[in-house]
Design a binder for this molecule. Structure first.
Ligand code: 5RP
Length: 225
């Protein structure tokens, strides 16, 4: 069993019958979804799920999990998802796959938000290994990019897979992949991007995480807010 699977299975021990559970997106979250389906089938676990992306929704559905639409919920019991970067203060960078809008809604709506990852995701500061994905309203992208550049950022629109146009998210947004000065704190970066006109949402998850579960060489460690 690899570390991503190990930590996802451990996160599933937090799930209790009757819960409304948010499903993350990515390879680690996929292991969690598979484990929920197994617990439902083998141990009679009774849960309802809500997905952070169409990919997760399809996976959950194909495994027989009950799904409710995001527009029909106002809170959830538990949300389990992976991350691209995790700082010592438990700030996250997410959304490499550009599903960050639903992911952040679920993280905020959850009574408990558990992040699952292997140790490759641990960083000293946000933006250490990846650029920061920023979803923008398509007609605003140039103005928004200019505002971010004026604040010292560098980057560009994310190209589509065929490299003949721009990436469009499931909500119809473009994505600016931007790099900022490493000396800016996560809180200031979060405030700066959130307050930039034209921004729909961005990949910094600041002050949202309750528990981080990390697996390293078969050993799980837990950090709590
Ligand atoms: C998607 C995410 C993922 O959770 C993140 O990319 C981690 O993916 P993986 O578990 O495959 O390493 O934020 O938007």
């Amino acid at each position: 069993m690899n570390d991503k699977q190990l930590v996802a299975l451990h996160a599933a021990t937090y799930v209790k019958s009757g819960m409304l559970v948010g499903l993350g997106t990515g390879s680690t979250a996929n292991y969690f979804i598979e484990e929920l389906a197994r617990l439902q089938c083998d141990e009679g676990l009774k849960i309802i799920t809500v997905a952070s992306s169409t990919v997760s929704a399809q996976k959950a559905q194909s495994l027989g999990l009950s799904i409710v639409a995001l527009e029909n919920i106002s809170s959830i019991d538990l949300y389990v998802d992976g991350a691209d970067e995790i700082t010592p203060e438990m700030t996250l960078l997410k959304g490499r796959g550009s599903d960050l809008v639903k992911e952040k809604l679920l993280a905020k709506a959850a009574t408990q938000f558990i992040v699952v990852a292997d140790e490759s995701k641990l960083v000293n500061h946000i933006g250490q290994n990846f650029v920061i994905p920023i979803e923008v309203i398509p007609f605003a992208w140039q103005l928004t990019k200019k505002s971010l550049e004026n604040a010292g950022a560098q980057g560009d629109l994310r190209p589509n897979a065929a490299k003949d146009g721009f990436w469009v998210t499931s909500h119809g947004s473009y994505v600016l992949d931007m790099k900022f000065d490493a000396s800016i704190s996560a809180q200031n970066l979060n405030d700066l991007i959130s307050n930039t006109p034209g921004v729909v949402e961005h990949g910094i998850f600041y002050s949202l995480t309750d528990i981080v579960l990390i697996a390293a060489n078969g050993v799980i460690s837990e950090r709590m807010a």
